[in-house]
Write a new protein. Structure first.
Length: 105
């Protein structure tokens, strides 16, 4: 399983069991980033302006079992965050970003 797909699955499953009264989203995002970092990806972020889309795609994953929209969303956020880091550090696009784009293709 591709690391970004695995990270999305961990996120979906953790939120699905909802083990805490508060903080499930924050913990699931930490777990998602832990998976990414274990596979040598940078941690990803979801900008405030995209939170609605994040919630909608997560609801779709839990509602009808279609994980693809959320997985694509996580892939897009990972790619976007990587690009932001690379731009700030003036580093050319690495091979790994092309791998992320393949998930969305």
């Amino acid at each position: 399983m591709h690391p970004v797909v695995l990270a999305a699955e961990v996120h979906i499953r953790f939120v699905g069991i909802h083990p805490f009264c508060d903080g499930n989203g924050r913990v699931s995002r930490l777990l998602t980033n832990t998976v990414l970092m274990q596979h040598k990806y940078l941690p990803m972020a979801v900008p405030q302006i995209r939170k609605h889309e994040y919630g909608r795609d997560l609801d779709i994953a839990h509602g009808d079992g279609n994980h693809l929209p959320f997985t694509e969303f996580i892939a897009e956020m990972t790619l976007m965050t990587h690009r932001d880091y690379m731009r700030m550090l003036r580093i050319p696009e690495p091979e790994r970003e092309r791998d992320i784009r393949e998930i969305k293709a």
